[in-house]
Ligand binder design. Sequence first.
Ligand code: NAD
Ligand code: TYD
Length: 370
Amino acid sequence: MTRFAGESPGATDPLVGRHLLVTGGAGFIGSAYVRNVLARHDGTRITVLDKLTYAGNRANLAPIGANVDEAARFRFVEGDIAEPGDVEPLVAEADAVINFAAESHVDRSILDPEAFLRTGVIGVHVLLEAVRREASRAEAGDRERAPRLLQVSTDEVYGSVAEGYSKEADALAPRSPYAAAKAAGELLARSYAVTHGTDVVITRGSNTYGPYQHPEKLIPLFVTNAIDGQPLPLYGDGLQERDWLHVDDHAGAIDFVLRHGAAGEVYNVPGDAQLPNREVVRRLLDRLGKPWSLVRTVADRPGHDRRYALDGSRLAGLGWRRGVAFDSGLDATVDWYRDNESWWRAVRSGDWHAWYERQYAERLAGSVEG
Ligand code: NAD
Ligand code: TYD
């Protein structure tokens, strides 16, 4: 599988061989970013700052330890982006900050929104203040240059899109507490770009899939349930559409925007597969050789967004190209979960059972055949 399609950092790239602070780097997309950047062996050093919430997992970064050169350029710090004391000293050492840290699951944001606001709004504010302070130091000649902040946002800030494709200048209309917190975070980031001239770039990625994704999300939940012969809880009519983006492509696009994006600008990152959930489920069951009879229709998610769809022309115009086609990417992802049971069984333990019970017990009790 190609790493960072479309990207070949040149000798003049100001971030090659530099020190990146990756917040939320023990999660799904952040850890892919860290693994892939270190695997480039171009001298880049990475510090991960991660709170290790239920979604943060040191095992996602374990492959780094297996390579002496990568391990030498990597450091892990446990901490909270909403705590200035955790953030400031690390931003002071960094050439760029890439913020993946967030509470990322819509269903959890419906049940318990507070942590979404703390990390998604206060946390982003703390990062922005730290970056602004470093920019002042650069201006005073106390450091070489101001750090750039890349805020990882989502297509969900546009809300449900009945037809057409969202462009970066479209109005934001988030409809879940998760999406509202993400919109708030990126608007705050843009306000710093305008008001203080802070060097901020923003990406809005679409639904991401691949190895190491927490099994609370659709694809890994259904794959791991199906492996165990457990019911697959499909919300509502299952005809909601998502546009699927492979995690290596999402991570690659983020790196590309970090290097080539214009300050203060927003970039959509679309996938290549706009599909109704039913179709995604059919394909993953086919790959596993499991029957459709596992699928149960359950009560819908409140406020369920019907469709997301991104216009990717701005990022394409900058020169970025996707590298992983959905069909092969999904097959490889299904195979990864089949081959890495110890990873997901460890995640589906402890608190997982209380979450599963709370989210699905009643739904499954009232379910009908898919
Ligand atoms: P994830 O839930 O797998 O990982 C989030 C990581 O952030 C975890 O390691 C967690 O421990 C850490 N974290 C949470 N709160 C923190 C805090 N206060 N301080 C430090 N670390 C904290 O999420 P993901 O799917 O990898 O998503 C990463 C980013 O990409 C998020 O900002 C998300 O909104 C965005 N995004 C995700 C998708 C998707 O489909 N997964 C799509 C578009 C955008
Ligand atoms: P999810 O992976 O939670 O991502 P998002 O809500 O950010 O798009 O869900 C993807 C789609 O799958 C979404 O339409 C909701 C649906 N879904 C189910 O039908 N059942 C489930 O158990 C889950 C987790 C999701």
